[in-house]
Each structure stands twice: as structure tokens, then as C-alpha cells.
Ligand binder design. Structure first.
Ligand SMILES: Nc1ncnc2c1ncn2[C@@H]1O[C@H](COP(=O)(O)OP(=O)(O)O)[C@@H](O)[C@H]1O
Ligand SMILES: [Mg+2]
Length: 506
């Protein structure tokens, strides 16, 4: 019996020593119970030095402190396959090794320790060099990219960030990797909401949106607007393990857009100013006449008459009208806030028409309004949509120098294709009976500075701005026109479904 046992032991030792790779076994207390010849060679340690010692006291690997894979295999009973780490050999030299660990079981299937096998990667020079080369090349590609490339795992921890990402965020790579993305890069006000959304996506309850824009915060606390493109990362079993995103810093572009909208607004304000001045001038002239009359009466002490009362109330009426017109103009000139709110489109149409009505009547144009009833709300910036309508209406007016008919109509339109999907929308048509647009110009309408108008009348920014605002609203604009008969501009805005509309994902 005893001899048999010795034989088996001898056989096992020879077997282990014949293996090319290092083998190391530990018991439940992490004391080393086996150490083969290859293990001696790789580590530079003698069997006698290590047997019965606690593993981490004699061997120094990268992962010893936090996440010892041997311990993990022992605790979970699951093997940990083929990963690379650096170990330090007896002489202090760092050696890359490829390691696999698994739990060691007794014949009664109880876990009694763990076994680790490891291969010296420098021995496989070609392989190691190739691996390193591959990795460097991948790193280089990522770093050359002009966009942010970031991966986060299912807990929201950053596992990859390329050079551009570090630049935009203002951190060094080592300050970023392993940190929670939401705590590091998401502005505090949006943090909880985006975390919650991310959790739902990771749990598979919600689909990750492929493209969206949101705000991130840099190391210095500055906010930047990023346009993201995302893919969900799956493991080989198809389970969600994180996301990979590329992001472009569009802060500058957004600022320019806002500038453009502002500049264009100034132009339309200029155009409105003439007609508003006219509108205001008439009542003021009237008021001046009455004031002169009343002053004379006052001097003649004849104020207390019926006539005075009539004149005063006429003055009051005119003054009210004047101040209403001016208030509208001020409202329009006010800096537009980009806030998207559930909005009644008919209200926007009315606000826009209040401002341009004077202009329309001056030009001998008949106005027809057909506002649909019971329209759904849309998520929109009131001021911006008002600006869209004013631009379209002013263009229509300018297309009818001899007068004509302008109609503005709103309606609900279902299953409208916007981008890739079909949407329920609210539709606005602005139709004129003007000069029309020749076919060859149709393609240029939305190009900045395209204008057919004489200097001072047009700068060619109206429609580009309209287009920009519609893009911002994820809406659509169409035009149909016939020379000498007239033009219809149609815009579609997605009906609001009652949910919060911004997409502050992360
Ligand atoms: N309703 C319309 N009828 C005819 N032409 C139009 C109409 N709307 C726009 N256009 C054409 O599109 C051009 C560009 O319009 P826009 O971008 O608003 O710039 P602008 O009004 O300053 O010229 C106009 O110059 C005109 O030729
Ligand atoms: Mg215009």
C-alpha cells in the first residue's frame, strides 16, 4: 500500500516536471502544495523555498493584492482562463506570463485548493512580440482617431479611453481608466437620470439609442456638448457587458449655429422694423393731434366736455395698440432660449402672425389661417419655431410684390417618414401665390447665402437657419413650388408622446 502511494507520488512529480508550463497548486489557506520544474525555471525560486509558504509571500504578481485569480477560482469554483499578467522573478526581472487557474477538488468533489498553470510568454518570443505589436497598433488606431472613443462596462466603469477622449476631458489616461463614467464625466444635474437609463439598458430593459447629443463635464468643470454614436457590447453568449461609444465634441459648432440663428433673427428684425415703424407712426401722429387739441382746451379752460372724453379714450386705444405691437417686437427680438417644451403649435402660429400681420396688410396680401383643432403637442422651442414661421412668411410676402394670398395651415399628420422611422407629427403649411421657385434653385435653397434678392433685402440665411432649427427639433421641411403660381413650405414636427424629451443618456 505504502509503496503504491510512493509510486503514485513519484509518478505525479515526474509528470508535473515533464510539463513545459509552470504548475503551482495551493491549499485553501493559499499555501503552496505543488511547484513543478518549469515553475522553478520561470520564477527563479526553488521548490524548497516555496513549498508550504503562503503564495503571495513568495511570488509577486500584478494581481496578488486586489483580485487574485487563484483565490477567485477557489471561491467560485469556476476556472479563470488564459489572461496575461506580469510577474517579478527572484532576480527582480519582470516576466509576462499567460495564466489559467481552476479549483482543485477532492474525490468527494469538495474544493480543497486551486491550481494555476502559467507559461512564460518571453519563451514564445514571436507570439509575445506579435501580441504586443497588435495591441500597440490597436492603441495607435484609437489614438489617431479625431473622435472620443470610450468603452464602459456594465457597472459604468471606464475600461477604455483614447487620446482624444483624454484631451477633451482634461484627464490623463490613468486618471480615467477604472473610474465610474457617470461620476467623472456627467454633469451633476443629469447624473442620476443618466445612471438610471444606463442601468435599464444594461439590464436589457431598454434599447441603447444609437445616436444622441448630450453634455459632459471636464476636469476643470467646463461643460462640452458631445454627439455620441453607441454600440452595446455583448459577450460570446450574447449577454450585455457594456457599451462602446465614439463621440465628437460639437460645442463649437453648436455655438456657431446659435450665432447664425441670432444673426438671421437680426435680419428679419430689420425687415419687420420698417412695417412696425409704419404701424406705430400712424397712431402716434393721431395722438399728437389730439394732444395738441387737448392742450388748447386746457388753456381755454374747456376740458370738461363730452368731446374731451371721446378724444382721451381714442388716445388710450391707440396707445394700447402701439404698445402691443412694440411688445411683440421685443418678444421676438429677445434672445431665443433653446429650451424644448411641450408646445401648442397653433399658439406659435398666432404669435408669429401677430408680428407679421402689419407687413402682410401693407403688401396688399390676403391672409388665410386654417388652424387644425385638437392637435397633439410637440416638443419644441417656442421662439425657434416662431422664428421659422416668420422666416417662411416673410419669404412668402416678398415673393408676392403685387399682392396675393398667403395661407398658413396646421394639421395632424400620421406616419410621416423622418430619417429612418415613421412618426406621428404636426404639420404646418405656409403657402403663397407668388413668383415661385425655378427648379434649378430648389436644391440651393438651404445653402447659406443663397439669395435671389437685391442687396439689403436678402442675405440668404433665412432658410439655412430654418433648416438648422428643424434639424435640432428632429423635424422635416419640404418645399413644393411652381413658377408664377406659388410655393408651399411644409414643416413636420414630431408629436410629443408625453415622455421627457431630451436624451440625457450619459
Ligand atoms: N416663398 C418663396 N417663394 C419664392 N422664392 C422663395 C420663397 N422662399 C424662398 N425663396 C427663394 O429662396 C431664397 C433664399 O431664401 P432665404 O434663405 O430666406 O434668404 P433671403 O430671403 O435672404 O434671400 C430667396 O432669395 C428666394 O429666391
Ligand atoms: Mg428670407
Amino acid at each position: 500500500m505504502r509503496t503504491d502511494d510512493n509510486l503514485t507520488r513519484e509518478f505525479l512529480k515526474n509528470l508535473l516536471d515533464s510539463l513545459e508550463g509552470g504548475v503551482l497548486a495551493v491549499d485553501r489557506a493559499m499555501r503552496i502544495t505543488a511547484f513543478n520544474r518549469a515553475a522553478e525555471e520561470i520564477t527563479g525560486l526553488n521548490r524548497e523555498e516555496v513549498l508550504n509558504k503562503e503564495c503571495r509571500q513568495v511570488l509577486k504578481g500584478e494581481l496578488c493584492e486586489d483580485e487574485c485569480p487563484v483565490k477567485k477560482a477557489m471561491e467560485t469554483g469556476e476556472p479563470v482562463y488564459s489572461y496575461e499578467i506580469m510577474i517579478t522573478n527572484k532576480g527582480g526581472k519582470k516576466i509576462p506570463v499567460n495564466v489559467s487557474t481552476s479549483a482543485l477538488r477532492s474525490s468527494s468533489d469538495e474544493i480543497i485548493g486551486a491550481v494555476e498553470s502559467f507559461r512564460d510568454l518571453t519563451k514564445h518570443k514571436g507570439l509575445w512580440a506579435k501580441l504586443r505589436e497588435e495591441r500597440n497598433r490597436a492603441q495607435q488606431y484609437l489614438n489617431i482617431a479625431g473622435v472620443i472613443i470610450m468603452a464602459i462596462n456594465e457597472q459604468g466603469f471606464i475600461t477604455l479611453m483614447n487620446k482624444r477622449g483624454c484631451e477633451v476631458l482634461g484627464y490623463r489616461e490613468e486618471e480615467i481608466i477604472g473610474k465610474n463614467w457617470f461620476d467623472l464625466g456627467v454633469p451633476e444635474k443629469a447624473r442620476e437620470k443618466r445612471k438610471a437609463t444606463f442601468r435599464r439598458v444594461m439590464a436589457g430593459e431598454e434599447k441603447e439609442e444609437e445616436d444622441y447629443e448630450n453634455t459632459i463635464v471636464t476636469k476643470t468643470g467646463e461643460e462640452r456638448i458631445i454627439a455620441w454614436h453607441n454600440t452595446t457590447l455583448l459577450d460570446e453568449r450574447g449577454l450585455i457587458i457594456g457599451t462602446l461609444s465614439s463621440g465628437e465634441d460639437i460645442t463649437k459648432r453648436k455655438e456657431t449655429e446659435v450665432e447664425l440663428i441670432r444673426a438671421e433673427k437680426l435680419t428679419s428684425l430689420g425687415q419687420l422694423a420698417a412695417s412696425v415703424a409704419h404701424e406705430v407712426n400712424n397712431p402716434l401722429a393721431g395722438i399728437l393731434v389730439y394732444t395738441t387739441l387737448l392742450l388748447k382746451k386746457y388753456q381755454a379752460k374747456k376740458l370738461q366736455t363730452e368731446e374731451t372724453a371721446i378724444q382721451l379714450s381714442k388716445m388710450k386705444k391707440e396707445l394700447e395698440r402701439t404698445s402691443r405691437i412694440i411688445r411683440n417686437l421685443l418678444d421676438f427680438s429677445r434672445q431665443s432660449d433653446a429650451d424644448m417644451k411641450p408646445t401648442e403649435i397653433n399658439k406659435v402660429v398666432e404669435a408669429a402672425l401677430l408680428l407679421v400681420r402689419h407687413q402682410i396688410s401693407l403688401e396688399n396680401i390676403k391672409l388665410e389661417m386654417k388652424l387644425g383643432e385638437g392637435l397633439p403637442l410637440v416638443l419644441a422651442g417656442f421662439d425657434q419655431i416662431q422664428q421659422v414661421l416668420i422666416n417662411l412668411i416673410l419669404n412668402a410676402t416678398q415673393a408676392m410684390p403685387e399682392g396675393g394670398k398667403l395661407s398658413v395651415a396646421t394639421s395632424a399628420a400620421k406616419n410621416i417618414r423622418i430619417g429612418e422611422s415613421l412618426k406621428n407629427t404636426v404639420r404646418i403649411d405656409v403657402t403663397d401665390t407668388g413668383v415661385g421657385i425655378p427648379k434649378e434653385n430648389l436644391g440651393k435653397l438651404f445653402t447659406p447665402f443663397f439669395t435671389t434678392k437685391e442687396k439689403g433685402k436678402g442675405v440668404g440665411l433665412g432658410l439655412p437657419v430654418v433648416h438648422g432649427i428643424m434639424e435640432r427639433h428632429k423635424g422635416k421641411i419640404e418645399v413644393a413650388s411652381e413658377v408664377n403660381r406659388g410655393t408651399t413650405f411644409t414643416i413636420y414636427l414630431e408629436a410629443w408622446d408625453g415622455k421627457e424629451g431630451d436624451h440625457p443618456r450619459r
